[in-house]
Design a binder for this molecule. Structure first.
Ligand SMILES: [Zn+2]
Length: 365
């Protein structure tokens, strides 16, 4: 529970069975937060809980809050982080930069948060309202729309550069044709998803270089079989940084639709440190056993914030257990204790063999 030294890099990945959050220490007490999830034991965003555990003042320390992607397992509590971090630059996917999207966010108070996506829209609404309240323009938006090739954080003096590798320009173009028909602006009356297009396709992958340490944060970006979008779009990009990463936050909880062989050959060094969070609330929990095997064929260092098979359900009263057995073939808890994978190393010298600390439910695979 001691903070990293001023010249020490840190990547911390947190996740229960639904939700993930990454923190990056870029040196000198400055942190970047990517994604948000709530720690059920404190009811706080895990990013704030962790920094306070380290004795770090979030208000000064958090320099950027990046929401790469529009699903509630990545966005819960984001507005609380934003409220606590007045210096943080707010970054989200450039594919959302649409009049329709901004209208949807503006209309958030009119619908209830139980509509699918409603909570996400509400988080965005409260962040943008705060940006406006802090003296921003009348029509406030994020401080930065991330698109392929755009640096979202840069400090040349300290040799820090964080660059968005996606969404690709072509993905943004496709979004212009999709968004208008997909957004259900009168959402309060319709029990439809607000954003029908799959947000995973517009997720922001980040290339993080801090001194000699290079990390690839894969968000939930999927591969769509088109050279201009998804992971092929990242690999083929003309404007991405060339340095390969030695640490990878695996995309989309290890799903096969978010993997591509070129990630491992073109974007990563051999046998990188691979870290991921599980997703237990879908029909098929991820990573599945086949996903774990696939990841392990690519690297010998794979860590997950919780056991991939999900959590044992809490034990109920005997009569309740009997009834549950009668009505359900099987069951599992969607969320368990918060797991934490922490990687630290000197900014000037990443280790040849990565060493991580595991806390809570986190496991080596
Ligand atoms: Zn996810």
């Amino acid at each position: 529970v001691t903070p990293p030294a001023a010249d020490e890099f840190e990547l911390s990945l947190f996740g229960p069975g639904k939700g993930e959050c990454a923190l990056v220490h870029v040196g000198d007490g400055d942190w970047i937060v990517v994604d948000s999830c709530i720690d059920r034991s404190t009811d706080l965003p895990v990013a704030l809980a962790y920094l306070s555990e380290l004795g770090v003042d979030s208000g000064r320390a958090i320099k950027a809050l990046v929401l790469p992607h529009w699903h509630d397992d990545h966005i819960q509590g984001a507005s609380l982080i934003h409220a606590a971090a007045p210096e943080a630059r707010f970054v989200c996917s450039g594919a959302l930069n649409h009049a329709d999207f901004m209208r949807l966010v503006a209309s958030a108070p009119k619908f209830d948060v139980t509509v699918p996506d409603g909570r996400d829209v509400a988080e965005m609404h409260s962040i943008l309202a705060r940006i406006r309240g802090r003296g921003g323009p009348t029509y406030a938006g994020p401080d930065m729309w991330a698109i392929e090739g755009i640096p979202v954080f840069r400090d040349a003096a300290r040799n820090i550069e964080i660059t968005a590798l996606s969404p690709s320009h072509h993905t943004v173009t496709l979004g212009h044709f999709a968004v208008a028909s997909d957004l259900q602006i009168e959402a309060g009356r319709q029990r439809r998803r607000l954003v029908a297009r799959d947000p995973n396709q517009t997720a922001v992958v980040l290339h993080v270089r801090v001194g000699a340490v290079v990390v690839l944060l894969g968000a939930d970006l999927e591969e769509g079989g088109d050279t201009r979008t998804g992971w092929q779009g990242v690999v083929g990009s003309q404007v991405r940084p060339a340095e390969k990463a030695s640490v990878y936050k695996v995309a989309h909880h290890g799903s096969p639709n978010a993997d591509h062989p070129d990630i491992w050959t073109e974007l990563l060094h051999t046998h990188p440190l691979a870290v991921l969070t599980p997703y237990a609330s879908g029909k098929k929990p991820r990573p599945a056993e086949s996903d774990v095997n696939r990841l392990k064929r690519n690297t010998g260092h794979v860590y997950c914030t919780a056991p991939p098979r999900g959590f044992a359900p809490p034990r109920r009263d005997r009569a309740v257990e009997r009834t549950l057995r009668e009505v359900a073939k099987n069951r599992r808890a969607l969320e368990g204790a918060m797991g934490h994978i922490r990687f630290r190393c000197p900014i000037t010298e990443p280790p040849a063999r990565p060493h991580v600390e595991l806390r809570g439910a986190a496991v080596a695979l």
